[in-house]
Design a protein around this ligand. Structure first.
Ligand code: BTN
Length: 260
């Protein structure tokens, strides 16, 4: 049994459930454009016909088996150069949610923001921001958590779900309430500019930290040791005496054979 979190004050208070959508991120952006939604507005769904991942990938899942949600976040006076902190806040909220349901597992953040459980990807995050005059005006935080997905196609050998890890089905609504609560706590820390905490916790929970990894840049392949994530959200890799900083999209990371 999992304890249901106390309800959040603003994250997920206003919400819409749509049984089938193209993509919750797309719908959230569309409704937000037309209605200027409140901070914390939530759109969630049982099935996405065109679920989107990072780098133009698709997001897979059987109908009614997984958490598919997009939160409209409108942080107060957040400068665009502090966007990595918003990313850290969302990623930590996602990790904590997964960890609650997998108390025995090692749950980590694989740069830039995949959530891994026992070396397999259990959740993915797609954040899309709107910026005006150097300030973040709104952000769509899309999160997919594999909850009761029993199997994955052969093309996704490194994917897992809460069901696969524990053998037990859980209510998707419980996972949703947890993430609302966790996200609210993390957004509070962001608004209080508790950047040191967010940054250090992300680094503490980083997958592959201090390990030798392989990565590719275009066609070139290299090896190095993961040092951490910078305050700008770059991945820091040491090669000999030199530390290289990589932005998302810049490199493809391969930690223990798991590609980003
Ligand atoms: C990734 O790992 O590449 C990111 C996956 C993000 C998937 C979620 S599911 C809910 C929301 N709607 C989408 O279309 N994508 C995100």
């Amino acid at each position: 049994m999992h304890k249901i979190s106390p309800s959040s004050a603003f994250i997920g208070q206003n919400r819409v459930f749509i049984e089938t959508v193209s993509s919750t991120n797309e719908i959230a952006k569309e409704i937000n454009r037309e209605n200027d939604l409140d901070n914390g507005f939530l759109i969630w769904s049982a099935y996405q016909q065109a679920g989107r991942g990072r780098d133009d990938r698709t997001w897979f899942g059987d109908a009614g088996k997984n958490l598919l949600a997009s939160f409209v976040l409108k942080p107060f006076q957040l400068r665009s150069d502090h966007l990595p902190m918003l990313n850290f806040a969302c990623t930590l909220a996602a990790l904590e949610t997964v960890q609650t349901f997998l108390p025995q597992s090692e749950v980590k953040i694989k740069w830039p923001n995949d959530i891994m459980a026992n070396d397999k990807k259990i959740a993915g995050i797609l954040i899309e921001n709107q910026i005006n005059a150097g300030m973040v005006t709104s952000c769509i935080f899309g999160i997919g958590i594999n909850v009761n997905q029993p199997t994955f196609p052969n093309s996704l050998p490194h994917a897992t779900s809460i069901l696969k890890q524990t053998g037990t089905e859980i209510r998707i609504e419980d996972v949703l309430e947890h993430i609302c609560h966790r996200l609210e706590e993390r957004m509070d820390q962001l608004q209080q500019m508790n950047y040191t905490l967010l940054h250090s916790q992300v680094n503490h929970l980083l997958y592959g930290k201090n390990q030798e990894v392989e990565f590719s840049q275009g066609t070139a392949r290299s090896k190095g040791v993961i040092e951490g994530i910078s305050t700008n959200g770059e991945l820091e890799i040491r090669q000999g005496e030199t530390i290289y900083r990589h932005l998302q999209g810049d490199i493809k990371l391969n930690v223990y054979g798991v590609n980003s």
